[in-house]
Design a protein around this ligand. Sequence first.
Ligand SMILES: [Zn+2]
Length: 428
Amino acid sequence: MAEAITYKGRILNPISPNEFEDIIDGAIIVQNGKIVRYGRFNDINARGTLVDFGDKIVIPGMIDTHVHLPQYDMVAMDGYELLDWLSHYIFPAEKRFESPKVAQEAARRFFEDMQANGTTTACIYNTVHKDATERAFEEAERSGLRVFMGKVMMDQNCPDFLREKTSESLETSELLCKAWHGKDGGRLNYVFTPRFAPTCSRELMKGASKLAKKHSAYIQTHLSENRGELNLVKTLFPESKNYTDVYEKAGLLTPRTIMAHCIYLDEPELLILKNYSTKISHCPSSNFFLKSGIFDIGKITAAGLDVGLGSDVGGGPNLSLFREMANASNMSKVNYILSRGNSKVIDPTFAFYLATLGGAKVLGIENVVGNFSPGKEADFVVVDGAAIDPLRSNRKRTGNEILSQMIHRASEETVIATYVRGTRVYQK
Ligand SMILES: [Zn+2]
């Protein structure tokens, strides 16, 4: 039994989409990587070593439910919409991962930056390359972060230099899954990753579905992101009623499937997703950046679907989940303006939930991380509350005020330290 450690600070703890706790002079007791209890320092019967963060803010580790590792060095390249952006910038960038050395260096930098941004869990796309994905998993293992990842699968409508043979794509994906899925007590997980319908044959998607079920692994892909993409899917899959139906026919809809974007879904499609308990990753920065569309959070929550946030680097220009919270809020306000006040706005409490407990639910780990409930694993981030205040002071702010300023003003610069399972993986 390792010694307990008590961490003291101002605790912001998400409870639900419309509730969070604000504990001034709070504390969390951690032992063996797990949360023993939390509450007001004076009431909590603190024990073991004391780590005092003073009036700094302590929040749960943030969860990025959709991000592309090999695209990190091509972020913020403006000027295109999705399909042209893929051909112009992204496919050439992914080609460079033919070299395991390039892949390894990129993965190391990527995970370091993720730690510095306060992201403790991420659901990641790699390239089609087996060795590159292997290197990325090795770096993920070393980083201490909680990583869900897979190699991209593509066997049609993509450049020759990235196109795989269907059988080879399935075989190498399964090998990686066998090597990494569930490793280190479930810290590392494998995600079967057919890129999106246009670049995947029916056979490839069906094969991915079978393998994911066989190994109880995850599935991730893109759905209904951009109008050009919708037209392409209609042409390529004329037998399908709609885009969601393409994935349903292929068997890719499961409770362990994470669909990124989901902007242009109609009611029947939302119903299908709900029937399978399929999860959604909302990527507002990317949707703005690539001019893809305006996601309507009200439509998604009314359908009873679980949703988290994704940076979608490189479609999104930044790894910070603070940016995603702010942009999710801003995108819901665009909707609010366009609908003349008849749509749901993401308030700070909801944004905070989406980046933490909501993301955990999307990955099916809401009993493991997402907030500070006793028994959960101790993933948390220490944020400099004074640095996000324009007056650089520690004047009295309510929980709502501090949460709102954190969402709209915090960044990598204001993250002081990041912990996963009670181990510090980053310190400024
Ligand atoms: Zn993406």
